[in-house]
Design a protein around this ligand. Sequence first.
Ligand code: SAM
Ligand code: SF4
Length: 384
Amino acid sequence: MKRLGLYIHIPFCQKKCNYCDFYSLTCINRLSEYICAISKQIENDSPLYKDYEIDTVFIGGGTPSLVLPKDFNSLVNSIKNNLNLTQGCEFSLEANPGTLTKEKLIAYKNAGVNRLSMGLQSTNENELKMLGRIHTLDDFEESFRLARECGFDNISVDLMYSLPNQTKKDFIKSLKDVISYNPEHISSYLLKIEKNTYFGKIENSLSLPDDDEQYNTYILMCELLEKNGYMQYEISNFAKKGYESNHNKRYWLSEEYVGIGPSAHSYFNGKRYSYKSNLEEYLSELSQAGTVKKIYEAENDEFEAQITKSDEYLMLKLRLSDGINQNEYFSRFGEELLEKYPKLKSYVSLGYMKLKDNSYSFTPKGFFVSNYILTDILSFGQNS
Ligand SMILES: C[S@@+](CC[C@H](N)C(=O)[O-])C[C@H]1O[C@@H](n2cnc3c(N)ncnc32)[C@H](O)[C@@H]1O
Ligand code: SF4
């Protein structure tokens, strides 16, 4: 049977954080209605997935841990009753400090959740306030402790770096604090100032670390994590051995997944599509037609339309520390990797990439500037 990942988007948050552009709304009184609607959608869509086994489920957001145990159980029942889940399926849930209780954690555990991803962002109280987070460090510590007590033995913690006014030393303090909690997985993202957020609106007044400071922080972060047993497997993701996120890896390995909910993306039957970021329309289409209009990528974005399948494969594979293998590329596309992308070689001599076991991959220094390097390697118009 073919394998598939399932992503469920929960587009609700108690409060919008100052930096966040993920699709979520604060009308949490509509959560139960939403859960009921997408549970029905899963049932309606299930014939499409009858030849597939789901080996990763990821419930993300927004803030999935706002969902009440009774609603959570009906969502999981709909997933389990309508889809084929593998034995040992990786089942992740984004759980925010400040929204977790022991009762919820027990319900998640009993429903089959076996991996929690907790957004902390910083261990500095002033930074948490500046980011607009709803929780304190104490809230996080209590949530983490409760999660362990309830038997969660696979926990990931999210951090962000290069925050306004943050020095390298400030971030390293947060990172060391997180390492001391001993999670199995750490994601650490460079803060991106998104146009449609509060930070986007006040960008000119923010004092952000310059490129050199960002670069030095990134390199130090990679070294410190590796020294403490967290292997880098993607630009922003680090895990103890055996604890990489299989669900997130499938995005970068060009494996299939379906996303449910407004703004969710899918790669299914060789096609990429998404749903519009609009809860109202999503719910009304579902109630009227039992299904939601899909926006296929080529219709959606001119830039995407220019990217060939091999370009897309290269870009996704190079996000992973394992990189892109020359033999695999040849068997997939019937041409030599270096013939198509000759510039790869020059980045090895410059120290931005390495060639090991027939695979090209970024070094930490290369990861930091990977967007620029990829644009150069792909050199649209010359390769196609
Ligand atoms: C899908 S978000 C939601 C996670 C969860 N709701 C939370 O806040 O903990 C996953 C992660 O993306 C990261 N993130 C969100 N917006 C970001 C931004 N503008 N720049 C960098 N990282 C960002 C944060 O670390 C966040 O924990
Ligand atoms: S970072 Fe998380 S909690 Fe904050 S607005 Fe975004 S999705 Fe919601």
